[in-house]
Design a protein around this ligand. Structure first.
Ligand code: HEC
Length: 273
């Protein structure tokens, strides 16, 4: 009886009490071949992953935030993934947002963020476009907040797909391997834009397709693109596209050169598929 009461009290005072039935679905692939699919509960992850705590000035809430989380490599290991062999990871969010991570995207380790310290509801709602939503079940952040410029932390993550052999996507700039500006633009686009935009119909679908049938640079000029990418709200109130004010002129040029280059690799057949 005493243990029963104790368990109820724990459930009340701690967000991570017995009622926490959150899970992550894991998929491990080698190219197109699926090695396994499994789902792991948070309790199970907590028994094998080292706890991590993150404190920083949040670019989302614009105030200091402290989070509890779990070491990402440990979480991957508990799912049976050999992290040293992973070439690409896709973080899938409840609304269909897919954040891609590949080797080199971030320099600091990743953390699976489980809740805000001291918040009994787990996470504080955030505004997105004209709506508000809760960032749970999980965020995936980097341990160095300055890396927010290289990689946007995905929230509402419920599924993580690891790949030991990343296939070249349809937005890969074939033939530009010796053009550093285009390759740099590709890497930046892949880590910050592809989660919402598709090129040749591969990528996210929160924002518009940017290559077929017309490449974005065929109907929008460079100065407009730079200003829009830096601050979409200066054109369209409450745009669902994030601001990219921190991108330098050079980074914007690289991204635009990459987008323009893709105009020479249009996969028009995909429109009627
Ligand atoms: C969170 C999702 C999201 C991310 C990330 C995102 N976009 Fe967008 N983007 C959108 C949406 C949604 C629109 C449609 C804008 C609107 O109607 O307000 C859009 C519109 C655009 C347009 C079209 C503008 C026009 O006038 O037709 C361009 C170009 C663009 N985005 C480029 C980018 C680039 C480059 C990046 C990466 C640096 C990026 N976007 C990242 C969601 C996103």
């Amino acid at each position: 009886m005493f243990r029963f009461i104790f368990a109820i009290m724990l459930g009340f005072i701690s967000f991570q009490g017995f009622a926490d039935d959150r899970k992550i679905e894991f998929i491990l692939k080698n190219g197109d071949q699926v090695i396994f699919e499994k789902s792991l509960g948070i309790d199970r992850m907590k028994t094998s992953a080292a706890p991590r705590s993150l404190s920083f000035q949040s670019p989302v809430y614009k105030k200091p935030m402290t989070y509890n989380g779990l070491d990402f490599k440990d979480v991957a290991a508990s799912a049976g993934v050999d992290f040293s062999k992973v070439e690409e990871i896709k973080f899938v969010a409840l609304d269909g947002f897919v954040a891609s991570w590949s080797k080199g995207t971030t320099k600091s380790p990743l953390v699976v963020v489980t809740d805000e310290k001291g918040n009994p509801n787990g996470f504080t709602d955030i505004g997105e476009g004209k709506e508000t939503l809760n960032p749970g079940p999980f965020y995936v952040m980097t341990t160095d907040p300055n890396e927010y410029n290289n990689w946007i932390w995905p929230f509402q993550v419920y599924k993580i797909e690891f790949n030991y052999q990343a296939p070249k996507p349809d937005y890969y700039p074939t033939g530009a391997e010796d053009k550093p500006i285009i390759m740099a633009g590709y890497v930046a686009f892949k880590s910050t834009c592809i989660s919402c935009h598709s090129i040749n119909l591969e990528g996210g679908d929160i924002g518009p397709e940017l290559n077929i049938p017309k490449n974005i640079t065929e109907y929008r000029d460079k100065e407009y693109l730079k200003a829009f990418i830096k601050n979409p709200n200066s054109y369209r109130a409450k745009s669902r596209m994030l601001k990219f004010e921190h991108l330098s002129d050079q980074q914007l040029n690289e991204i635009i050169e990459y987008m323009a280059y893709m105009g020479s690799l249009k996969m028009l057949d995909k429109i009627n598929e």
